[in-house]
Design a protein around this ligand. Structure first.
Ligand SMILES: O=C(O)[C@H]1O[C@H](OP(=O)(O)OP(=O)(O)OC[C@H]2O[C@@H](n3ccc(=O)[nH]c3=O)[C@H](O)[C@@H]2O)[C@H](O)[C@@H](O)[C@H]1O
Length: 431
């Protein structure tokens, strides 16, 4: 049986040669027969293509209903309930990255004081999604609805703003992690740049426009050597792609503030840690490894100088986020048009007392009552910076930001949470 290709484009010229000696009539019949076969095949192909295309468009248009977990009357009701304000002068906040570490804590704090909160999170697998699901359950138990969706989904964002007139957006959804940026740079562009722009586009068109507070990062200071880091310092030497996307976020938000009158506050978080934290961060993975009896790798800077971070406890960060929301001022635009200048602010949220990584390990050893197996290696050229140290006077002046938890105390609370969540089950994989 000849293949379809052979039928349309005979590859054996001899076939035709054999027929050459036959009468014109036979040639005519053969010619007619092959033309009608070609016609039938062409018809078949057209029908096949058409049905494929219509199936594709059916799948595309229907995918929202098949795969997305949003939309419908029940869904809208859940969103509205979650957004209910229970205090006078309260706000309605859309929290992006709500099932993330900082997102969970900020959402709970807002809800507890009577603000309306709706969360969105894409539950990606950068780290163990079951931890994110557990945080979602925690939020749900406090009446906070978290939608499973991506900030790149403009339709979902528009639908959310159609359903609720959010007064504020607490934008915490991001691809985090300094070193992972070398492995998967595109994920940073997807979340920290494309996702941010999609969110800003939605906010700019919303009526009324919300005020936006969002998570930048201490990493924007990059190779800055002047300490402590102040908001007015140079931030044009990022050491990692992560830092570069956060710096880009600061520029992008400035543009939306300038053109559309969106009120913007960028918060430069300094190595946030605490209960319900991120398993990819050093304090978390060190704890896991120490408990499991596995070695930990401690990076060391140039000339054997210890690396240091201005580790900041989550409760202090939450206070900074709420203070920023409360003082954010209004966006001035409507219908996508600026009506006047709106606030554009950037604040450091740090602890103002850097601690070296070996000291962090000592504190963990003390709380865990176990010794770490340390592998001390020179810091690889993977985007890390040698130290961070925040000057927080600006946030202090603007909304009374004053961190109160030192690393000793904060890690004690973390370890207590870790053991209650994972137990002493050393073999349990937590990613
Ligand atoms: O402030 C920020 O903006 C960033 O803070 C956090 O980044 P970092 O300050 O790099 O925290 P983290 O990874 O805990 O490493 C801490 C220290 O341990 C060292 N470190 C790390 C891993 C390891 O195996 N060994 C080691 O010595 C390492 O060299 C470093 O000196 C967030 O992850 C990031 O998303 C961003 O929010």
């Amino acid at each position: 049986m000849p293949s379809l290709e052979e039928e349309l484009f005979p590859s054996t010229p001899g076939k035709f040669k054999i027929d050459r000696g036959h009468t014109m009539n036979r040639q005519f019949h053969r010619c007619f027969a092959s033309t009608s076969t070609m016609f039938l095949w062409a018809l078949f192909l057209v029908a096949l293509t058409a049905s494929y295309l219509s199936f594709q468009s059916f799948v595309d248009s229907g995918s929202r209903y098949f795969s997305a977990s949003w939309g419908g009357i029940q869904w809208e009701k859940q969103v509205r309930n979650s957004a209910q304000i229970h205090r006078s002068g309260g706000m309605t906040v859309l929290v992006t990255g709500a099932a993330g570490f900082v997102g969970t804590h900020v959402s709970l704090a807002l809800k507890k004081r009577g603000d309306g909160v709706v969360g969105i999170d894409n539950f990606n697998n950068y780290y163990d999604p079951s931890l994110k699901k557990a945080r979602k359950t925690l939020l749900s138990n406090h009446g906070i609805f978290v939608i499973e969706g991506d900030i790149n989904d403009a339709k979902l964002l528009a639908k959310l703003f159609d359903t609720v007139a959010f007064t504020h957006v607490m934008h915490l959804a991001a691809q985090a992690g300094v070193r992972y940026a070398m492995e998967n740079p595109q994920s940073y562009v997807h979340s920290n740049i494309a996702g941010l722009v999609t969110l800003l586009e939605t906010c700019k068109s919303a009526n009324p426009q919300p005020s936006i507070v969002w998570a930048s990062s201490s990493s924007v200071y990059g190779l800055n050597e002047k300490v402590p880091f102040s908001e007015s310092d140079q931030t044009d030497q990022p050491a990692s792609l992560y830092a570069a996307t956060k710096k880009a976020g600061e520029e992008l938000t400035h543009t939306y503030n300038h053109i559309y009158g969106l009120s913007i506050t960028g918060l430069r978080f300094f190595t946030v840690y605490g209960p319900w934290g991120r398993p990819d961060m050093a304090y978390f993975s060190f704890t896991r490894n120490i408990l499991q009896g596995k070695p930990i790798t401690v990076y060391r800077g140039k000339n054997h100088v210890d690396l240091a971070r201005d580790f900041t406890y989550i409760d202090d960060i939450v206070k900074g986020c709420l203070g920023s929301l409360d003082t954010s001022g209004k966006s001035t635009g409507s219908g996508g048009k600026k009506r006047g200048p709106a606030p554009y602010r950037i604040f450091n949220l740090g602890n103002t007392s850097p601690v070296t990584v070996p000291k962090l390990v000592n504190i963990l050893e003390k709380h865990l009552k176990m010794k770490a197996k340390k592998n001390i290696v020179d810091m690889p050229g993977n985007g890390d910076v040698p130290f961070t140290h925040a000057n927080i006077s600006s946030a202090q002046k603007q909304f009374g930001y004053k961190p109160t938890t030192d690393l000793q105390t904060g890690l004690k609370k973390f370890v207590r949470w870790y053991l209650s969540y994972y137990g002493y089950n050393h073999g349990k994989a937590v990613n």
